[in-house]
Design a protein around this ligand. Sequence first.
Ligand code: ATP
Ligand code: MG
Ligand code: MG
Ligand code: MG
Length: 480
Amino acid sequence: MKAAEIRQTFLKFFESKGHQIVASSPVVPGDDPTLLFTNAGMNQFKDVFLGFDKRAYSRATTSQKCIRAGGKHNDLDNVGYTARHHTFFEMLGNFSFGDYFKHDAISYAWELLTTKFMLPAEKLWVTVYAEDDEAYEIWNKVVGVPAERIVRIGDNKGGRYMSDNFWMMGDTGPCGPCTEIFYDHGPDVAGGPPGSPNEDGDRYIEIWNNVFMQFNRTEDGVMHRLPKPSVDTGMGLERLAAVLQHVHSNYEIDTFVALLAAAKAAVDSSGAQDCDKDSASLKVIADHIRACSFTIVDGVIPGNEGRGYVLRRIARRAIRHGYKLGARTPFFHKIVAELVNQMGEAYPELRQAQARVTEVLKQEEERFFQTIANGMEILEAALVEMGKSGSTVFDGDTAFKLHDTYGFPADLTADVCRERGVTVDQAGFEAAMTRQREQARAAGKFKMAAGLEYKGQPTAFHGYEHLVCESSKVTAVYVD
Ligand code: ATP
Ligand code: MG
Ligand code: MG
Ligand code: MG
């Protein structure tokens, strides 16, 4: 089953259960300052859950464009390295606004997976919030999942409601206990079942989360009961497609096979010599073209702050990976056409914006390739000087200056140095970085928007390389 067919089957199934099919909302949330990008299907229904907004329907189903590259749910650093994480992905969801609750949500999910998508029941594992006996009983007694494949997940992450099975949209907003469905990809892949010490592997992959929305968490941390218990679910289309297409990684599904081929062709036609088709870099590029294109479709342009800054960071990360593979001229924008082929039908706004998206990315690439060219000139000059002195250790201060002042990524410096048999003085680099960070801290902090605190220099912003995303606890982020 191709991704497009899976999307339709999901929506039609829930339509047959009385759900209204609702279009995806944009990846840029309308008027929610707590959100950088739409990170879940429920975002567009937030006010309905909270009781502030009413719809003509009490059941809805969507295929939602999501981006998780910042904020509470940030998967940027996983991309290209796990089989299951993207920056942009499609979340299939069904929603009950004070209509059905746990029993029907669980029964629908099971019916769809085992009778429409025909997944073998014995490959499915489920988790429930530790205290949620009701959900446990439904899985065990009503659906018939044996106890050994139902895992209770407690609050082992540092306090009440910190569990993986207590879902929150962000630090505030609707939230509640959840039950998740995992698919076992089999013993050929490393990783343990949910709740085990090595659960983070790619063997048991979470495919679907059913959240029982019951609370609104306010800034003071207080949980207020929602007017009506509701249901919010999210299933990663790409992860389900991997299961249904009998492949292990999301990057092997139809959509990604096509995007990876387009990415390789683009990189090769821009200076690389038959780059490695299996490299993680190519996966990063194939992933990032979706996040970049869909954010541009919704009106974001690369810039130095807010969403534009995140877009720039993702785009430059992709470009950097292309450079690593051997591209020397703009290539990234060339992949947009294939993306439109793959997703233009489901998301007509993408096809409509194709020319604009291509142009915006091309301009960003031209700019960044110039940055890379300038950086290379400085780097080469420094290497020549070093050669004269006979040193094989590249000065950490210079590496930092390249990164900080010229926007030349540190790992690119390291790559080039490695090719010349030179190592970078990492300690010197770190020391320069620490000095810089202390100066920045002294200069103060600034808030981009509620819930998203960027620590950087408010007056002399040096660009993308100083982003510190509070919730991901990353202290410094290069364009890597
Ligand atoms: P994981 O634990 O694998 O990071 P999650 O628990 O953060 O996933 P949820 O917030 O529960 O994910 O989102 C609902 C569903 O969306 C997941 O069950 C998964 O199928 C899908 N999903 C979540 N994050 C991603 C991602 N970065 N890329 C692709 N699909 C994702
Ligand atoms: Mg996650
Ligand atoms: Mg999870
Ligand atoms: Mg989850």
